[in-house]
Design a protein around this ligand. Sequence first.
Ligand code: PRX
Length: 635
Amino acid sequence: MSNYHIKNFEEYYQVYRKSVRNPENFWEEVAEEHFVWRKKWDSVLEWDFSKPEIKWFQGAKLNITENCLDRHLPVRGDKTAILFEPNDPKEEAQHITYKQLHEKVCRFANVLKDNGIEKGDRVVIYLPMIPELAVSLLACARIGAIHSVVFAGFSSTALATRINDCKAKMVVTSDGSYRGAKTIDLKGIVDEALEKCPGVETVLVAKRTKSKITMKEGRDQWLQPLLDKAYADYTADIMDAEDPLFILYTSGSTGKPKGMMHTIGGYMVYTAYTFKNVFQYREEDVYWCTADIGWITGHSYIVYGPLANGATTVMFEGVPSYPDFGRFWDVVQKHKINQFYTAPTAIRALAKENLDFVTEYDLSCLKVLGTVGEPINEEAWHWYNDHVGEKKCPIVDTWWQTETGGILISPIPFSTPTKPTYATLPMPGIQPALMDENGKEIKGNQVDGRLCIKFPWPSIARTIWGDHQRYKDTYFSAFKGMYFTGDGALRDEVGYYRITGRVDDVIIVSGHNLGTAPIEDAINEHPAVAESAIVGFPHDVKGNALYGYVILKETGQSRDRDNLKKEINQVITEHIGPIAKLDKIQFVPGLPKTRSGKIMRRILRKIASKDTGNLGDTSTLLNPEVVDIIMRESL
Ligand code: PRX
């Protein structure tokens, strides 16, 4: 029996039991047998959740790109590593072999070095889903620079905040990006952001849309000529297992975004291991994850996990609705995709369209279907199962987070019997616990509570960049000795987990994490706004949509309300990005507050969801009369 590749349910249980009896031994065996290390570790794991401090494979030396590229060259050098499917289906797909990818990464690594990037420097990457994006991540990893990808849908303000938070010296971007029928001026957004980022010395610009852009003398350089001139080989720098690999920002319920920092060794081992098992990837398979590399899903399951397994991984530049709603299935048929991994919001959007968009294509190549990012509702699950998988493909509902680095709870296809809306069972090495509000673990089955993890796994984020105290407060303080996920979950009669959603002020809209506080802060910048509160409400495609309660200042009272709504969404777009726009805005005379001044969001959530039968205890409210007004005028 191999620890690395689980092939049936009995094996899952055996491996799982072994993994939790002695996690160090378990991960040591996996790490030893399946990866290339320049030097082995001195200790497998050192941890203390009270500090918190977590170190895996300490003392080991490696370069993750040797594991993702070099070691494959003798055995699968001519195999496609990245299969690039452009936005426009008429543009030809690109098959980039492992040999070619290796060369591209080496050239890019030389360009980084030639432009003054050293080990430990931060490089912000703001690129669309084009091959240069994956190449730039790997090039940073090859020289030991820390990449921080910012999703190319974020606004210039959001980009500037992230660049300044991690003190990046360089930004990699493109002239523009394609998104369906639209062309977006990415370089213009970068230029605007950089007005607020004095620390950025160099901007490398990939050519994609051939749009007219301005290049700032002494700062901006076209990427391609530099790559053409660069030497085609670069010996990977040797890194410590616990050196940082990347920073990726995620929303918190309060304050600025959190730069989750992941380190090299453990992240590599865990993402590779889970990729192999959750997708049951076989050598000839073509795997497609539709996420953007700007999110953790793309980091772990488009780039690092698949490449560490020598897989063929698809990068898709487009959107599911362009040129029509059959695009996903067209790509599946065209590239004979075997594993397909997407978000429930995409499934819901496609399920609303004519079924002919699906049935027109031959999807018999599919073996495994996956979902990630938010709970999948029963209806969407069945649609996916019936019409895409034709009832032959197990659906892996994978639960995890930016912070966890890799999938923590998921069925193993062809092993774990699936159950709609359930992420089912923990991966080997993962020890979930459900906690009650008093901090006690709830044992047994058919229970629900707050989801925590009791023991570290190799790819847990090690800190929040520049703010270790916040890392401790957010994840390790709510429940003593445990990592707190921020999610609620239930455990059914056989021990399967179902994630019920966030229990904090993070709202998941179309699979994107949005904190309420940053949106409220943005709205409050509008000169007519006195105060605001954002809550989520159920939406049939997005999962959740945003509902804003806004108190206007005296000066705003006489303004045209429709115009004000537009302006408020414009402010949000400028500060965060269009993904955080509000679906509904209600102007209110006040917000329900407790005597200590805390907004009672529970009540606002109920009103927004039209669930006003029982508002719960309102006796602690300072201003109960406002609730009636808000209810009467609700949208
Ligand atoms: O609430 C959970 C939800 O997404 C959150 C993490 O978001 P993010 O860090 O952006 O990472 C998303 C991609 C890994 C979680 O706290 N979530 C993620 N996957 C699922 C999920 N909720 C239910 N079911 C899932 N499969």
